[in-house]
Design a protein around this ligand. Structure first.
Ligand SMILES: Nc1nc2c(ncn2[C@@H]2O[C@H](COP(=O)(O)OP(=O)(O)OP(=O)(O)O)[C@@H](O)[C@H]2O)c(=O)[nH]1
Ligand SMILES: [Mg+2]
Length: 197
């Protein structure tokens, strides 16, 4: 799978603004600061495409990116303690409304820092996806922080925590590009499946 060019399309703050995509769309979700925007930039081969930030809670909108054969939707991160209750509720509603448009979503990438066990929020997210029968893959991010041996160990552990097979967890580094090939293969198979329907 070769990504030629990736472009920012639009942002949506409310359900009425969500796109009705004409091509397969992969949603990228995960805790705030888990590396969603960085991963999108890695796939795009362009650092500044999705805004990244050392301060969590940066992406407050659904940002859509056109990757040629498919779209990526960068979702607001959940589980950021420092935002107000009101804002948290608003985000939860945005996410709910987004995933309610099931037929528009080909696949979901759930990002979580490879060094951490899933949080309560992560488990809730996975339960939610299972309940709505939305296909997903866990992307264990920031793998550059660990040795090769440790990466294998953590992938196994993360899979176990979520009750998944190891094949449903892909370790990736948005920084070094480690795991990018495997991720591209996954995207390829998602596109093949969504084309076959
Ligand atoms: N070492 C390392 N750092 C990373 C990696 N991916 C992201 N980071 C860092 O983690 C921080 C958060 O990255 P973002 O990509 O902005 O995270 P996000 O999930 O989009 O965050 P929100 O938009 O706030 O939900 C930044 O400081 C990144 O530089 C990675 O693969 N390796
Ligand atoms: Mg972001």
């Amino acid at each position: 799978m070769l990504i030629k060019e990736a472009k920012f399309m639009t942002s949506a703050a409310r359900a009425e603004q969500f796109l009705k995509p004409a091509k397969p769309m992969i949603a990228v979700c995960g805790k705030s600061n888990s590396g969603k925007s960085t991963l999108i930039n890695l796939l795009a081969g362009r650092k500044g495409l999705a805004k990244t930030s050392a301060a969590p809670g940066r992406t407050r909108l659904v940002n859509y990116f056109d990757f040629g054969e498919f779209l990526l939707a960068d979702l607001p991160g959940y589980g950021y303690a420092a935002v107000s209750k009101e804002e948290k509720l608003k985000w939860a509603k945005t996410l709910d409304a987004f995933f309610a448009c099931k037929e528009d979503i080909a696949h979901v990438f759930v990002l979580s820092d490879i060094r951490r066990d899933p949080s309560e929020d992560d488990l809730q997210m996975i339960n939610f996806l299972n309940y709505h029968i939305l296909p997903f893959t866990v992307i264990a991010t920031k793998s550059d922080k660990l040795s090769r041996m440790k990466i294998k160990e953590r992938v196994r552990k993360v899979a176990q925590c979520y009750g998944l097979g190891e094949g449903n967890v892909i370790a990736v580094s948005g920084l070094t590009g480690g795991g990018k090939e495997e991720l591209l293969k996954k995207i390829e198979s998602i596109l093949e499946q969504s084309g076959a329907e």
